[in-house]
Design a protein around this ligand. Structure first.
Ligand SMILES: [Zn+2]
Length: 236
């Protein structure tokens, strides 16, 4: 099995994705994917992105590359390193029949930017959805190999799994939502509708996790806004 769908699945989750040349054929065939393992790459703060990602491709003298299928930069960009097997979890639960993500962090107290953690959560949820895995299939390396590993240091995996679980439940709409003529959005000007849609999109994760569609949320929000404009009290 080769994970040739990785870039498409991540991009469909509205994430920034780059690929490293040769990713499609890098790594031996995977027999299966039993889980997703979160790592930090322990790279020095000042190391260049190119040198860190090159190491993930070629490996080290004691461990041949690829060292992961995916890397995650501090700005939240996903880097597809390999579509095949990678040496990231040899001694851990699931072994290397799993997807490894090496997130850029030195592992000794470097802060995790919100944008990076948010992307870690969203991308992992998208992969779980694609593979039909539950959140139980997401572990930190410190959980699959607790006697040897501490990564990803500074990330509470239980908290991360809670956030991932909400994203797995939420299905993004497949078609763009447009207001229907005569619907409640007609009470608003074009500019107001655009502003409202933008706001709702920004908030969609918060609202939509409970299984409401984007359309439902927009219509409900629009109705509330219209009620305010016409002086109707909420619930009346
Ligand atoms: Zn690790």
């Amino acid at each position: 099995m080769r994970l040739l769908w990785l870039p498409d699945v991540l991009r469909a989750a509205r994430l920034n994705v780059v690929t490293i040349d040769g990713w499609e054929t890098r790594g031996k065939e995977l027999a299966e994917v039993r889980g997703i393992v979160w790592h930090h790459d322990a790279a020095a703060v000042g190391a260049s992105t190119a040198s860190v990602e090159h190491l993930l491709v070629v490996g080290r003298s004691d461990l041949p590359g690829p060292l992961c299928q995916l890397a995650l930069r501090r700005d939240g960009t996903w880097v597809v390193v390999a579509a095949g097997r990678a040496n990231h979890n040899g001694y851990g639960t699931w072994g290397n029949e799993s997807i490894g993500v090496e997130a850029r962090n030195n592992g000794t107290g470097q802060p995790w930017p919100d944008v990076q953690v948010e992307s870690y959560v969203s991308g992992t949820a998208a992969i779980c959805r694609h593979l039909g895995l539950t959140v139980a299939a997401v572990k930190g390396h410190k959980e699959t190999d607790p006697r040897r590993k501490i990564d990803p240091a500074g990330i509470d995996m239980d908290q991360a799994r809670q956030r991932i679980a909400m994203r797995i439940t939420y299905q993004p709409p497949t078609t763009p939502t447009t207001p229907e003529p005569g619907g409640p959005l007609m009470a608003l000007t074009d500019a107001e509708q655009t502003e409202l849609l933008t706001k709702v999109r920004e908030l969609h994760d918060d609202y939509a996790v409970k299984g409401k569609s984007m359309r439902q949320v927009i219509l409900e929000t629009a109705q509330r806004t219209k009620d305010l404009v016409t002086g109707k009290r909420p619930g009346s």
